[in-house]
Design a protein around this ligand. Structure first.
Ligand SMILES: [Zn+2]
Ligand SMILES: [Zn+2]
Length: 494
């Protein structure tokens, strides 16, 4: 008789086999493999709210809650999908993104045109469509089960875990977009609990995102959830009511780019121009980080996202201005997309200039947090990071330049919010209180928060300017364009 060698219980093969057993049961509970594979279309509409972690008016909890909504449509027969996702902000309105894919061609756009105007954000072809296709499975549990089942030897069992006091089996695989997810299946019932993934965040360090589905019901022979709860390191960040439809007819135009959008123009060819001079001694680092050149130092407005992004700005500045250290960084507010990179400036000894209510946020950011996914070498000294607070207005000046900081808060976006005024150049730089489309030209009607901003500018004596810069991108808006945007909202007071 031939010698038979079986895989040991801790082997990779055993892990794959155990994971398949977990999935097989979950698929049976969800309606059975045959039914799941015969799904022709699935539609989902969701509404609920988001908890605005580090995107609230206060720099600390309790966080604001804002409406959230969206939809997903998958036509499996026609190999088409559509997704849209929205969040609203007080005083600012609705922001969102949409994707449509037909086969191996896709398009991504911004329905409310806050940032991108009439130009699409991106077009996809071939493997680039993997992102939206993987995204759709994460909204539709039967499709994520099929995705896992079809991933072949990519699947592993991670063992038994406890979530919400229930024992669960965890299996993991890498989806077609390169993202690895851990699917959680309740051990007792075989019902899908949801999935987890991990990432490095500039402000919070190591983060586990968990999506939990609940309130299951049978729709067209498939078991689907009526609720979804998203958590970030166990803190609830979004709660949604879900309404699914199965095998319904879907309109062809759902999968089309809406009329009025144009393809993006090719980016201007400026290979060695990373820092764009927009006024005398005033530069923009992609996209809207402003750098002001003084006689023997530099000041930077905003340090978005994370250590690494700010490190890259600092490297560009060292190359361009080898003799001028960054003395100050002025984050407009504490939201991660404006202040998350402060650790890189602490590391080089630059002072964070901020308003009193934001000091504790930047002190906390300097402290060690678990940062194993996206580590950085910064270690705070015993006396803490260099932070200086100002109230109202603060002037940085030498015999070459003058840079004036104004706190224009409180407003509907942040209780404190710093703008920069360069009186000699007539430049105003701001974050999140005026949005002009970055591309495609055109202007949107001013939001209520922009009217508030215009009134504050006038009250500060800034009754005109030559250039209005915005922290999110490199478009330079003239005072005439600013007034047009205000007029579109019926405000003519600036
Ligand atoms: Zn913000
Ligand atoms: Zn922002």
């Amino acid at each position: 008789m031939d010698a038979m060698v079986f895989a040991p219980a801790d082997s990779t093969l055993h892990s794959v086999q155990q994971a398949r057993a977990v999935l097989e049961r979950a698929i049976a509970v969800a309606g059975g493999e045959d039914r799941l594979r015969r799904l022709r279309t699935v539609t989902l509409h969701y509404t609920g709210h988001r908890t605005m972690i580090n995107q609230s008016r206060q720099a600390y909890p309790p966080w604001d809650r804002e409406p959230a909504s969206g939809s997903v449509v998958v036509d499996r027969e026609g190999e088409r999908m559509f997704a849209e996702n929205y969040t609203s902000y007080p005083g600012i309105g609705r922001f969102g993104a949409a994707w449509a894919v037909r086969g191996d061609q896709g398009v991504h756009w911004e329905p409310d045109r806050n940032h991108y105007g009439s130009e699409v954000i991106a077009t996809y072809s071939g493997r680039e469509t993997a992102g939206p296709w993987a995204l759709a499975t994460r909204w539709i549990p039967p499709l994520i089960l099929i995705d896992a089942w079809d991933c072949g030897t990519n699947l592993r069992r991670l063992g038994r875990v406890t979530r919400d006091d229930l024992p669960m089996d965890a299996v993991a695989w890498t989806q077609r977009d390169g993202g690895t997810v851990t699917l959680l299946v309740e051990t007792g019932t075989g019902v899908v609990h949801g999935f987890e993934s991990v990432r490095g965040d500039g402000v919070y360090g190591d983060v586990t995102d968990r999506v939990a589905y609940s309130d299951w019901r049978r729709v067209g022979g498939v078991v689907l959830p009526a609720k979804r709860t998203d958590r970030c390191n166990d803190e609830v960040v979004r709660e949604l009511d879900l309404e699914y439809g199965v095998d319904l007819a879907v309109e062809d135009d759902r999968f089309e780019l809406p009329p009025g959008y144009t393809r993006p123009r090719p980016a201007p060819d400026r290979p060695d121009e990373r820092l764009r001079e927009v006024a005398d001694g005033v530069y923009l680092d992609p996209d809207g980080v402003m750098v002001v050149e003084f006689g023997d130092f530099l000041a930077v407005a905003d340090c978005p996202d994370d250590y690494h992004r700010s490190r890259s700005t600092i490297a560009a500045l060292r190359e361009r201005f080898p003799d001028k250290p960054v003395r100050y960084v002025v984050p407009s507010h504490t939201h991660g997309d404006h202040g998350g990179g402060a650790r890189a400036y602490f590391e080089i000894g630059a002072t964070v200039l901020t308003t009193p209510g934001h000091v504790e946020f930047y002190r906390t950011l300097a402290r060690p947090a678990p940062r194993t996914i996206s580590p950085d070498p910064y270690v705070a000294t015993d006396d803490g990071p260099p932070i200086e607070a100002f109230r109202g207005t603060h002037v940085i000046s030498d015999n070459v330049r003058t840079m004036v900081l104004h706190d224009v808060g409180p407003n509907a976006h942040s209780e404190e919010l710093t703008i920069v005024h360069l009186p000699d150049q007539g430049v105003v730089w701001q974050a999140d209180i005026f949005f002009s489309p970055a591309t495609g030209g055109g202007l949107n009607p001013a939001m209520p928060i922009t009217v508030d901003f215009a009134e504050k500018l006038a009250a500060l004596g800034i009754t005109t300017f030559t250039a209005l810069l915005e922290a999110h991108h490199g478009r330079v808006v003239s005072v005439e364009e600013f007034r047009q945007a205000l007029a579109l909202a019926d405000y003519r007071g600036y």
